[in-house]
Ligand binder design. Sequence first.
Ligand code: UDP
Length: 498
Amino acid sequence: SVPSAPPHFVLVPLLAQGHLIPAMDIAALLTARGAAVTLITTPVNAARLRPLADRLVASSSHSGPFRLAELPFPAAPFGLPEGCENLDLIPSPPLYLSFFRAAAALRGPLTSLLRSLQAPPPSCLVADMFSPWAADVAADLGLPRLVFHGPSCLTVLSFLSAQRHGLIGPGAAAAEPFEIPGVPHRITATRAEVPGWFNVPAFEELLRSILEAEAAADGVVLNTFEFLEGDSAAAYGAMLGKPVHCIGPLCLSTKDSVGNVGRGGDAAVDTGRCVEWLAAKNPRSVIYVSFGSLTYVPPKQVIEIGEGLAAAGAPFVFVIKKSEVASPEVAQWLSGEGGFEDRNKEKGMVIRGWAPQAVILSHPSVGGFVTHCGWNSVLDGVTAGLPAICWPHFADQFMNKRLVVDVLRTGVDVGIKGPLSYVDPNSVQLVTRQEVERAVRSVMDGGEEAEERRQKAAKLAEEARKAVEEGGSSYRDLDRLLQFPSQKYCNAAYCNGA
Ligand code: UDP
């Protein structure tokens, strides 16, 4: 029969910033509409999420019960240093595979936890695509399961298309072009552009289990919206034969309820100081540069980016990760008299570590975004109405770039040739300071094409806002999502169609 209690969604995100942050956003959306939410995490990640969670619970729009459930993370048995509970804490990319295996070992503890949860008991699992092991948990407990996809719809569609063309698996032809259905312009891609990370057999296995878990799921949830990717979403739903819920951009969901300061990390700068600095600049004059939470930029490239920015003339905010600042070469170039920061103290702000990105991007003084094209960052830029300079490094970032540059036409390509090598990131061909300068000028200087991109970007931001408002497409899909657990029970054979 149809459960009368409000639905209880259990979210199982991948333990990485780009997945935990949207999971918090989904929690905010669902609880604001009265659903109960349990977000599965681990002690280290829970500590990072706690301030946001506390604000969520305290916010006026929140009404359903919310809890962060912590499961101990089995780092040591999988050869990971203690405390390595987030992909951004993994010291060396080859250990990523151990990380995925350790996460999969949460299957037993999660099943026990979910058995013990009551008032209300879980009614639906929403598991990240990178937690395919959650399919077994849902099957063991007889729970409906939806897959949450972190990347753009174009990315997951290309992934599925590659599979249908027999291009996933060891020995698949990396350079053979195949067509992606559904997008307004005819787009072909190659296996090399589709998410693959390391091109090693064990990762191909992970990709296969992701596709299997998706094939067995009851539906999918996407962080996108109809105006942005409606055609891809329709093609994707048709290929999968399952309900697709486009409920994004998720980054808009926590803006009012919990604010967006310190989303998923302790900002390395005082947000108030950033805002003050930005307020002294002209409207749309500042370029913001950040490559997300995982991408490592080698020292020589950091220096080329900085010098290119300085030469382009526009004021800039340049986020450099702690791991990158740790390089003596970068540290020496940045600091001291005559160092990069000193030479650019009027027009440049360097942030060493985690930046309050959403706050910076939505400031009216910011006019462009140099991004690695992680999907959350792309959406941060879309909702802020910003043109982009696309600098993909790995995973879904190349397909996200294709969307921004070729389909949406709100960005330019900085000209990266291929995925970052995890064996030796330093082996990747440098983008020179001249190329950086040229790309920044093409977006920030006022030519006709730049103006066109700017107008298109402003339109996307407006449509993003409309999508999440009552009556909008994402609001409607969220309604469907909220009804999903009871519909699912209803449609089940044992339900007599009640
Ligand atoms: N982010 C942030 N400050 C930073 C770097 C990243 O707030 O200094 C946030 C950003 O807003 C986004 C997420 O972290 O929500 C990064 O996710 P994305 O998908 O862009 O990239 P990933 O880190 O997964 O490569």
